[in-house]
Design a protein around this ligand. Structure first.
Ligand code: ADQ
Length: 754
């Protein structure tokens, strides 16, 4: 069935046909009237002659008698088409006339037009005239005797009104006929168009089903577009109905299906491999234990893409080529790192300054005052532009897929959009997004929002962050907010704002060669010189004021205060990786945490027992996992955290289904891991009570809680995070491509058409 849109041209054609045929009918009617009129006049003249032929003898014989002539004329005018008659003498005098003969018709007026043609004694003249009763036609027929002497002529006034009646009827008939023809023509056109469209769509359908080989050239573009749309719908359906665990392989297959092996660019401050000078003088590739790197590396391996990062390893420059590129991972070389070199000044302003002294405290409710310096902002803008240059140096197409990571690059999406308008850009913000009151603190808040809105999708960990972002846009920018689609529309371009809660790989690669839980515990007990029955708590963090390490230690202190039985038995091991040590606030934190641990150890320590063990260094992942497995309780006490991967890593490490997670309510993870003991880390009493409950929890309850959390993390793992985000991007991209192609086709069609 054709829809209204498809029928519109056909209907337009039918209307033109009807109007055209109407005009033709009008023209034909005028032409026909003219011709018919002259035919009728000739006909009348002929009839007058014939009538006179019959009566000629009587006229000749009675020419001298006025009364008889009048009688003859009256008899003639009994013919319904003869209105009146008169007889004129050859010297143009009126001899006789019927009563109704018009007075303005005189013999002298008609006479000069009567003549006798050579060899034709009955030549006549005729003239149309207008009478009060309507149109009339006057004919004059000469009357001559046997010898050919002209006696005079008879004038007949014919009634022409019947011609007008006939003409009107003819006109009606003509209009009716053309009207019928027009309607029939329009109907035939519509039926023909419908049949043609049906056969066209049948052909197209068959081609799409593969039952028919496409031959016609005109089918090629539409066939391509329709197939693409169909494939998209099918894959969308499949991905929606697909269940089961996401794995690196599934992510790879999904990316191949959706992005067909296209290279993906990642823009992240940190690189996935740093090249460092080892003690023996050799250069080694170090894989940093970062949540972001873990999450994104599988994408790179699957797509052979390019990772654009800040070259920060001591030997980075030595291994890169002249284009600042190096292939990784060592031994596999499946993707490329493009290193961007930053001067000390740039690193200071962009990374330590604007990103970490400005944006980081702005986005975290951890009571650190953000510091905004205009010099830092200038460096931030410059470095963002330099990363954009690096992306543009790597792209090999007009519409690459670019994943921009984190708060270091808020301006990159807009700058990229200006240079690559058709790119699919995903901006993922790994930390919380502030509410509009807080964003107002930043002198360049609007620029940050504008910068991020250059992306096709802006992603956060939680719906709460998405809402905060939308509220800020609503408050500070001229943009339309589509709450239903969760999108921001500016100048006709839309940016989706979506929650993509990040997670960890499942199963964790570090578990592959790791000793059993019992052996891990034994190893930790030995390393730290703990009693065999020791109860172990663990915390794993970068040393950052948002992680609530001080509050954590205070909770341990309160536990020991309230539960003296744990003194000498409970040890809390804090793995603390020094972080951003160039910044004063971080140096202070380092000192405070050290002093606090010392104070608590002094208060409750005895002999070799120290309640808090502070291992201040960056540990390799197998070591971190060993501690997760050895622990009875893991305490994540962040004051504010986008997600917190430590909580999920702890769950992934516990394949023995033991151990208790005590988790701050201010982490993104707390929204997902509801079987943890969720606490307010500022409430030291509550937190210490949760630690006590964790240490006293029965193995059965531990198992139930851990099993539920493991099922969740297994399902919602990092491959799913990356997969969902990229599948969304691929869908947007396909839609954009098709709409671009259609606009492009239409534009070129408009150019061709004059
Ligand atoms: P981070 O603030 O770094 O991440 P988190 O999510 O906990 O916080 O990730 C830390 C990672 O570093 C974990 O993989 C952990 O194992 C590792 N790590 C921590 N301390 C370590 C140590 N001492 N030695 C070795 N490894 C250590 C930011 C946001 C988070 C968000 C992540 C990912 O602040 O909210 O969850 O990005 O998006």
């Amino acid at each position: 069935m054709l829809n209204c849109g498809a029928m519109r041209p056909v209907i337009r054609f039918a209307v033109v046909l009807v109007v055209g045929l109407g005009l033709v009918a009008a023209f034909a009617s005028v032409l026909f009237n003219k011709t018919a009129h002259s035919w009728f006049e000739r006909d009348l003249a002929l009839r007058a002659e014939i009538a006179m032929r019959g009566g000629r003898q009587a006229f000749v014989e009675n020419w001298g008698s006025r009364a008889r002539l009048q009688a003859l004329l009256t008899e003639m005018s009994h013919d319904e088409r003869i209105l009146s008659a008169a007889a004129c003498s050859s010297d143009l005098r009126l001899v006789a006339r019927t009563e109704s003969f018009p007075s303005d018709l005189s013999c002298t007026r008609i006479g000069p037009k009567v003549h006798v043609g050579p060899g034709d004694r009955w030549a006549a003249s005729a003239e149309p005239t207008s009478l009060p009763g309507g149109d009339a036609f006057v004919s004059a027929i000469p009357v001559a005797d046997e010898e050919g002497h002209t006696l005079g002529f008879v004038v007949l006034v014919h009634d022409l009104s019947f011609i007008a009646r006939r003409e009107a009827r003819t006109r009606e008939f003509l209009f009716l006929m053309f009207g019928f023809l027009a309607l029939a023509g329009a109907a035939v056109t519509i039926i023909a168009a419908r049949l043609a469209a049906r056969s066209w769509s049948n052909q197209l359908r068959k081609m799409l089903r593969g039952e028919l080989e496409p031959q016609a050239q005109e089918f090629q573009p539409i066939l391509g577009d329709v197939r693409e749309l169909l494939e998209q719908l099918v894959s969308e359906k499949e991905s929606e109905t697909e269940t089961g665990t996401w794995t690196a392989d599934r992510l790879k297959q999904t990316l191949n299906r959706y992005l067909r092996g296209e290279r993906i660019m990642i823009v992240a401050n940190r690189e996935p491999y740093l090249h460092e000078h080892a003690a023996d003088g050799k250069i080694v590739a170090v894989h940093p234990a970062s949540g972001l790197v873990t999450a994104l590396e599988p994408i790179m391996r699957a797509c052979s893409g390019v990772w654009i990062g800040h070259g920060s390893g001591s030997a980075d420059r030595e291994v890169t080529d002249k284009d600042d590129r190096v292939r990784v991972p060592p031994g596999e070389e499946t993707y490329v790192i493009h290193r961007v070199w930053l001067s000390k000044q740039e690193e200071q302003g962009y990374y330590y300054g604007f990103s970490n002294e400005g944006l980081w405290p702005l986005c975290h409710n951890a009571h650190a005052r953000p510091i905004f310096r205009s010099d830092d902002w200038e460096r931030y803008k410059e470095v963002n532009a330099r990363f954009v240059d690096a992306v543009c140096a790597e792209v090999d197409r007009e519409d690459p897929v670019v994943l921009v990571q984190d708060y270091h690059f808020a301006l990159v999406p807009r700058l990229l959009r200006e240079r690559l308008p058709r790119a699919t850009i995903i901006m993922f913000w790994h930390i919380p997004w502030p509410n509009s009151e807080r964003l107002g603190i930043c002198p360049w808040g609007n620029e940050l929002l504008e910068g991020m809105l250059g992306a096709s999708i802006v992603g956060f960990h939680t719906r709460f962050d998405c809402n905060n972002f939308m509220d800020c846009v609503d408050r500070f920018l001229e943009a339309r907010i589509d709450r239903e689609q969760n999108a921001v529309i500016q100048q006709g371009r839309s940016t989706l704002v979506r929650p993509y809660p990040i997670s960890v790989e499942w199963p964790a690669q570090w578990l592959r060669d790791i000793p059993s839980v019992a052996d891990c515990r034994k190893a930790v007990v030995e390393e730290l010189g703990l009693p065999r029955d020791a109860l172990i708590g663990v915390g794993v963090d970068r040393l950052d004021y948002t992680k609530g390490v001080e509050e954590r230690f205070l909770a341990v202190e309160r536990l020991l205060e309230r539960h003296p039985a744990y003194r000498g038995r409970f040890t809390f091991v804090q793995l603390a990786a020094p972080s951003r040590t160039e910044i004063e606030r971080y140096k202070d934190l380092n000192d405070t945490v050290t002093r606090l641990a010392e104070r608590i150890n002094a208060r409750f320590g005895k002999d070799s027992y120290r309640p808090i063990v502070l291992l201040r260094s960056h540990h390799q992942p197998p070591t971190v996992f060993k501690y997760y497995r050895a622990a009875d309780v893991c305490y994540v006490s962040s004051l504010h955290d986008g997600m917190n991967l430590v909580a999920k890593e702890f769950v992934s490490a516990r394949d023995d289904e033991r151990g208790v997670l005590v988790l701050s309510q201010f982490t993104g993870a707390a929204r997902e891991l509801s079987e943890a003991l969720v606490v307010n880390p500022y409430d030291i009493d509550e937190s210490s009570a949760a630690l006590a409950a964790a240490l006293a929890m029965t193995p059965m309850e531990q198992r139930d809680r851990m099993r539920a959390m493991r099922a969740f993390v297994a399902e919602f793992n990092v491959y799913r995070w990356a997969g969902r985000m990229l599948v969304d991007a691929a869908r947007l991209r396909k839609r954009d491509r098709i709409s671009w192609r259609l606009t492009h086709h239409l534009a070129s069609a408009a150019v061709l058409r004059p």
